[in-house]
Ligand binder design. Sequence first.
Ligand code: DHB
Ligand code: MG
Length: 213
Amino acid sequence: MRNKKVNARDQYIRDLYAAETELLTQIRATLAEQNLSIHVSPEEGKLLQVLVRLHRSKHIVEIGTLGGYSALWMAEALPADGHITTFEKSSERAEMARKHIATSPYTKKITVVEGDAHAMLREHKGKVDMVFIDAEKTGYPDYLEWAEQHLPVGGLLVADNTFLFDTVFSEAPEGEAKMWNAMRQFNAALAERFEAIILPTAEGLSIALKPAK
Ligand code: DHB
Ligand code: MG
């Protein structure tokens, strides 16, 4: 569903600001071979990295690991005692991500948890000051509930695909009402309950801070 063609504007940003490590380039190629080019783009990866630095995030929860691409972008921005716990439902994807992370300098900084995040998050006992949601779109409202309960005041929530493939601001596509309603609900809840905005990336990237009550 992601438009893989990079326009001149994004290419310019990519060339100037978002150079990948060799490993990141290799992960992107591996995912493309498997028709899984649904990860964030290099420039979105760099944006996540800058957000981690700006917010001084230390304890990140990522929902939707895929090949570890976004986690590895974020890991580079973490302080020495920072950590990412990333949840992945598919065992194949979790295994692939672990393999990629094992060849990176961030093996100790990233933990891949395999299983359904809706359940696994409730078992997660670690601290969290940033949550990145990039998993199945019908799940976003429930992930938001968890994030709102577990983030401290000032905690950062980031979510990919909040334009829902350019449908969220118009009609629900045929047969996609469940996903469309979920994203409408998610975006409305963020607007109401967080200090939030959608950055108009190709996919829509929401950034939101948990306000003081
Ligand atoms: C899809 C999922 C994503 O998270 C994304 O960024 C693009 C596409 C998908 O499921 O098709
Ligand atoms: Mg996404």
